[in-house]
Design a protein. Structure first.
Length: 236
């Protein structure tokens, strides 16, 4: 199993301008996930893909060993799916490391600054030692049971899924645990990716604690990360 880690970070962000280089703990946001990969004993090949020359300069200043590539504008839109971005990274990376022939891709998002190198090492160990599977995705346990999930239509509340009916006497401890993707990482085979599926049907979970599962998408997320940063760094 040979893993290429890919960190995508485009410059255009609707929630926060230049979100991926917003300061957290005195360093740009993208610093932390790359640092976790650098410190991982399971990862030796790292590719940073972006549409920004500025981002590449920042990454090279901190981590000159990381291969940074500039993706085409056609792959830098806010609705661009991950698959073509990963395939482009794979193709461009081969020009830099022609002797490296990866079998898997670990996609890590810079918006998850509290991902640790131990998470990466432990998840890959679990992936290798598990039985038949297609991929692995980082998740966090959801606080509320599924039957409490609602949508608002025409000003009224409706079940998020009509298969989930809420009973007034339902107890939280009686419901099945629900997990949601926390956006930190996705591990998949390149063969499967080229076939058009990132995850496949047999997806292994890697459960992360709530405190380190923050996914920075807007200014409130960033402010929360800044508030908990000292305690998270100390406990880690």
């Amino acid at each position: 199993m040979k893993i290429l880690s890919v960190i995508p970070a485009r410059s255009g962000s609707k929630g926060i301008a230049n979100k991926n280089i917003a300061l957290l703990g005195g360093k740009p946001l993208l610093y932390y996930s790359i640092k976790a990969l650098i410190e991982s004993s399971a990862i030796s090949e790292i590719c940073f893909t972006t549409d920004s020359d500025e981002y590449i300069t920042i990454v090279q200043d901190y981590f000159p060993e990381v291969v940074s590539i500039l993706r085409p504008d056609s792959l830098a839109g806010d609705r661009t799916p991950d698959t073509p971005v990963l395939l482009d990274a794979l193709e461009q990376y081969a020009n830099h490391r022609p002797l490296f022939d990866p079998t898997h891709i670990l996609m890590v998002h810079v918006t998850s600054p509290f991902l640790l190198s131990s998470d990466i090492d432990d998840s890959i160990t679990a992936f290798v030692s598990s039985g038949s599977h297609d991929s692995m995705v980082s998740v966090v346990q959801c606080d509320s049971p599924s039957y409490k999930h609602k949508v608002i239509r025409d000003g009224f509340l409706y079940p998020a899924s009509y298969a989930l009916s809420e009973v007034s006497t339902s107890r939280r401890q009686d419901s099945e645990q629900i997990f949601i993707r926390n956006g930190a990482f996705y591990l998949m085979s390149i063969e499967q990716l080229k076939a058009g599926s990132m995850w496949g049907s047999r997806v292994l979970p890697y459960v992360m604690p709530k405190l380190r599962s923050i996914d920075i998408n807007d200014s409130q997320d960033l402010e929360l990360a800044r508030c908990i940063f000292p305690s998270v760094v100390v406990t880690c």
